[in-house]
Design a protein around this ligand. Structure first.
Ligand SMILES: [Zn+2]
Ligand SMILES: [Zn+2]
Length: 325
């Protein structure tokens, strides 16, 4: 197999040829069809998230099972998300909060991910994916879709929803939310006219730079941009009782702000990881809520360029790498 390996000691990527890994009991070996890249990968490469040993990144894997030591059959198409394993016994696992497991395993972070021709995964954390869809467009659902959906659920019943940062997660969530009758207000980088037009195309009621106030108070806002300064701005944009959900794994520092922005029962909360139930409910939802996933693709060897493009905000939609045949 070939793999693109990130070495945190040198901050560089290299392509390696390795023997095919052997799946352990309960695991599957996949031939990777596509792997979505994510803002989290940028944070790993930039050292915002600590990594101590070389790693194959990528936690939005779509692949075919070519060897199985589980009840998933050979030939099945599965998706592998960020949550790659949990202990099942800690107090979080026992109370339906496996996303917070004390001993969680994370795909492409604490175990090798999908920036490769092949990958091994714990079958219990794989999602069976539809056969009749494009694997390249399915890949971004495995993190951008899943985390977006979890953040959206935690935002509660909003009639008006702000989305700060209109990338992979934002463009999927916008379509889901508008189909559920919510009015979406999209906030992009200031001056990003293309991003604003893209948001309107996907159903946003209003789109502007994140330095502009929305034309009406929002019931909830979700932040996908890793910019702490947006937290007080979003608090200012939400109405009494409104909630601000921070959807990213890392964010720059949040500046101090006057208490009046939080007053009147506004809330700030974060979203961490996902549960398998989040995956099941997302894939059930999109069966009757079609989502047009926009992708830009790179060949596997150019995975570092895909990560650079996410960092600079140049991707319209989601970034996906595809192993060369
Ligand atoms: Zn646990
Ligand atoms: Zn991700």
């Amino acid at each position: 197999m070939r793999a693109i390996v990130f070495d945190p000691h040198t901050g560089t990527f290299c392509e390696q040829v390795r023997p095919l890994p052997q799946p352990a009991e309960g695991e599957v070996l996949l031939e990777v069809e596509a792997c979505g890249m994510c803002r989290t990968d940028v944070h790993i490469v930039d050292g915002d998230l600590p990594l101590t040993e070389p790693r194959v990144l990528g936690h939005q894997i779509v692949g075919r099972v070519i060897e199985s030591r589980s009840d998933i059959t050979v030939g099945a198409r599965v998706g592998v998300p960020w949550l790659g394993g949990v202990c099942g016994t800690c107090r979080f696992c026992r109370t339906g909060r496996e996303n917070l497991c004390d001993h969680a395993v994370f795909t492409g972070y604490t175990r090798d991910g999908g920036c490769a021709t092949h990958a091994v995964a714990d079958a219990r954390f794989c999602f069976e994916l539809p056969e009749d869809q494009d694997p390249v467009r399915l890949a971004p659902l495995l993190c951008a879709g899943l985390i977006g959906h979890r953040a959206w659920r935690l935002a509660g019943q909003a009639r008006t929803l702000g989305i700060y940062g209109f990338g992979a997660a934002g463009h999927i969530l916008c379509q889901v939310a508008t189909q559920q009758g919510q009015r979406v207000f999209a906030f992009t980088r200031p001056g990003d006219r293309d991003g604003q037009a893209f948001a309107r195309e996907l159903g946003a009621f209003w789109a502007a730079g994140s330095d502009e106030p929305p034309p009406e108070p929002l019931d909830a806002a979700i932040l996908f941009a890793p910019v702490g300064a947006l937290v007080p701005r979003a608090l200012e944009a939400v109405d009494k009782g409104g909630i601000v959900v921070c959807g990213g794994i890392h964010m720059s520092d949040i500046p101090s702000f006057p208490y009046r922005l939080l007053w009147e029962e506004r809330q700030i909360r974060s979203v961490a990881n996902l549960t398998r139930e989040d995956g099941r409910s997302l894939f059930a939802l999109i069966r009757h809520t079609p989502v047009d996933v926009h992708v830009e693709t790179w060949p596997l060897r150019d995975a570092p360029a895909a990560i650079d493009a996410i960092r600079s905000g140049r991707v319209a939609g989601a970034a996906v790498v595809i192993p060369e045949k």
